[in-house]
Structures are given as structure tokens and as C-alpha cells.
Design a protein around this ligand. Structure first.
Ligand SMILES: *Cc1c(COP(=O)(O)O)cnc(C)c1O
Length: 233
């Protein structure tokens, strides 16, 4: 592993690991409860291969087509996370390749996934994407929509709803970011209390610019692209 790309990746990952450890310690959590997902959407296949060789197999793509193509080219050990918008007509093709879909942003999408999963005899794991901050540009269900459709969502027999996902607003205001992540955690806690509640163990929140705050607020999955791959292209 002495090529320059692997070397750079190791240095970047070391910094991320240190920051995860520090943020977890600060908030009384264990680093092993956090899964790092390396977001590879802007990264060449060659660089992604180096990362996989280093043992990092949780990879995230935001486009279903690229996820499918890369899953056919890379090792079977890779665990693929779909983190971007999923059109209903892509569900059938992508479902066999994913370990977790983070971005289920509509009730009717979940119902469709459930139906396709039954036909394919699969039990996909999903997260529901929530627009906590209420920005018009963000996809995701509003907290109120989620509360209102909860009974219908959890009635799906083939999908397993494992938690929630959100994205914070792009802002330098740390408190706005923190409130968004805390809001997702509180919503998760509230839904857990409801009858028919699923365990909802996962909170997917935090990107390169804000994952430290997300970890302090309870993130179990962080999605990092630029931090991991900086200097590698
Ligand atoms: C691109 C992307 C990320 C990673 O962003 P970075 O800022 O490069 O860490 C995380 N989550 C989603 C949904 C993304 O589309």
C-alpha cells in the first residue's frame, strides 16, 4: 500500500477516525457505534478500488445507475448505500445491489419498494429521509407528514425501516446545524414510542462539513465524500 493514492487515503482516514473518536468521547458514545460511509459519487473507480483494498467496504452513491455499474465492477465485499433520490422506475434494478437505502423521501416510494421487494423476495433495509430544516430545496418528508403516514409506513411487510436520515442546511451557523440534527433525533425518539414502532436504531446525518456536530447529536451513519478523497485525484 505504498502508492501515493493509498497513502493519501490512509492519512485522510486517520484524521477522520481521530475526529470520530474525539466527538464520541465528548458525547459519551462509542466510536464502534458509528458507521462511516465513504461517498464515492465524485471519485474515480481507480481511487475507490484503493479504498476498498484498505478494507473500507461501506460505500455510498447518490445515483442508482452509478451504484449499479460500480457494484458490478467492484468486489462483492462492498456494502452499497444509496444516499440520493430514487425514482420509482429504478427500484427494481437497484434493490438487489443495496445494503441500505438512506433516501426514501415519499410514502408512495416506500409502498413501491415494498411491492417490488415482495416480487423479488428481498427484505430491503431503508431509512426515511426527513426535511427537518424545512428548506424548500431539500427533499424528504416533513416531520408532520411522517407522523401522519407512520402507521401506513410501518405496515409495509417487506421493507425494514431502520431509522431516519437528514441533511443540514448549508450554513456556517453551527446552532442551526445542531438544531437540525437534534430535531431528527427527537423525531426518531418520538416515533419509537408509538405503537407499531420499529427499533429505528439508525440516524444517518453528517457530511464532510458537519459530521462532528452530527456525531455529538447521535449520528450512527455519517456520509463523507470530500474529506476522505481530498488530494486523491
Ligand atoms: C455528496 C453527498 C454527501 C457527501 O458530501 P461531502 O460534503 O463530500 O462529504 C453526503 N450525503 C449526501 C446525500 C450526498 O449527496
Amino acid at each position: 500500500m505504498s502508492d501515493p493514492i493509498s497513502h493519501q487515503l490512509q492519512a485522510n482516514l486517520r484524521r477522520v477516525d481521530e475526529l470520530i473518536a474525539a466527538a464520541c468521547e465528548k458525547s459519551g458514545r462509542t466510536a464502534s457505534d458509528v458507521q462511516l460511509v465513504a461517498v464515492t459519487k465524485y471519485t474515480s473507480l481507480e481511487v475507490v478500488e484503493r479504498l476498498v483494498e484498505l478494507g473500507h467496504v461501506h460505500l455510498g452513491e447518490n445515483r442508482p445507475q452509478q451504484l449499479i455499474e460500480r457494484s458490478e465492477l467492484l468486489s462483492d465485499s462492498v456494502q452499497w448505500h444509496l444516499i440520493g433520490q430514487l425514482q420509482r422506475n429504478k427500484v427494481r434494478a437497484v434493490l438487489p445491489h443495496v445494503t441500505l437505502i438512506h433516501s426514501v423521501d415519499l410514502l408512495r416510494l416506500l409502498l413501491h419498494i415494498d411491492q417490488v421487494a415482495e416480487e423479488l423476495n428481498l427484505k430491503p433495509r431503508v431509512l426515511l429521509q426527513v426535511n427537518v430544516s424545512g428548506e424548500a430545496s431539500k427533499s424528504g418528508m416533513s416531520p408532520d407528514e411522517l407522523r401522519a403516514s407512520w402507521d401506513e409506513l410501518v405496515a409495509c411487510q417487506n421493507v425494514s425501516i431502520q431509522g431516519l436520515m437528514t441533511m443540514a442546511p448549508l450554513t456556517d451557523d453551527v446552532e442551526v446545524v445542531r438544531r437540525t440534527f437534534a430535531g431528527l433525533r427527537e423525531l426518531r425518539d418520538e416515533l419509537r414510542e408509538r405503537k407499531n414502532g420499529e427499533s429505528l436504531n439508525h440516524l444517518s446525518m453528517g457530511m464532510s462539513s458537519d459530521y462532528e456536530i452530527a456525531l455529538q447529536e447521535g449520528a450512527t451513519l455519517i456520509r463523507l465524500g470530500s474529506t476522505i478523497f481530498s488530494g486523491c485525484e
